[in-house]
Design a binder for this molecule. Sequence first.
Ligand code: ZN
Length: 369
Amino acid sequence: MTISINAAFDSGNIVVESLAGTSARLSIRKDRESDFFQWFHFRVACAAGDALDLAITGLADSAYPDGWPGYAACASYDREHWFRLDTSYDAGTLTIRHTAEGPLLWIAYFAPYSMERHHDLIASAAECEGVAYRCLGTSLEGQPIDCLEMGEGPVQVWLYARQHPGESMAEWWMEGALDMLTDPADPHGRSLRRKCRFHIVPNMNPDGSRRGHLRTNHAGVNLNREWHAPSAERSPEVLCVRNAMDESGVDWAMDVHGDEAIPAVFLAGFEGIPSLKPEQQEKFLAFQAALAAATPDFQTELGYESSAPGQANLSMSTTQLAERHGAVSMTIEMPFKDNRDLPDPVQGWSPDRSKLLARACLETLDRML
Ligand code: ZN
């Protein structure tokens, strides 16, 4: 019997080029109105014992070809527990081999975070004592841009994720952050709510998330290149969040992402902004050092190159908020691969590690304030 493959569901993305027995040749659909592609998520219907041999082709032209060497695909039978598959990469083709243990196997670039789970997250957090829900606006396809607010302190903290929708680890991070901040028993949560007002946007790009995009919204726009001039036509998701930030002011901000190529957790800052203040940069560096001391999952050796003085790209949120509000703002990047320094061959970087990293980030912020 020939296997069948389907991706017609929330965040599904795969094109079946050909099927033969337990083998398939596949490719990835580009983000709508864009050339970006890298995210995949599909279901294989098979029989237990099938020797699956799946080739995802055409990846030399993907958004981040360096993301494939050393990468292993994620899979799940129950859509709760995700593990890594035997995966190899050669000349633009990713080959996944696995002996099926059941009739249905889900395979994805990283453990997905569905829009239904997003609504579950918003619903459970919004019910918690002291949490206010705000809808900041709507996406191009009319989905809400959800924001949760909590805390009584004067320090304005913005946490936001999934500008790049394929970086699903970013919303797992958010789940960890919200678990901590809404737990009445958590000492850091209590302390932070006393010091800060939190504004939390767990998903900046619901349209791209549902469509199975890597990097863009419904109009093919990369939201993290719109912050200097967001518009209702191209990037209402950024416009509504930036307007709310202008109302509250921003003291600290974290923009949560995943990186395709680098096998490590790292931060990117704002050192190239025109108005850089020494104390602003010192706070960023102190946070970075404190986070490295707080969790062995974080490091400072691997990361992006710093931009030269005055050469920051102000279309990105981190630099725009640092320039616009004098904020200590940062981009946190988690790996799609694994953490090179602390590898886990079974799960690689995972939802649980993303959630724990959020806790470490918030504990660090609490110590800094
Ligand atoms: Zn990103």
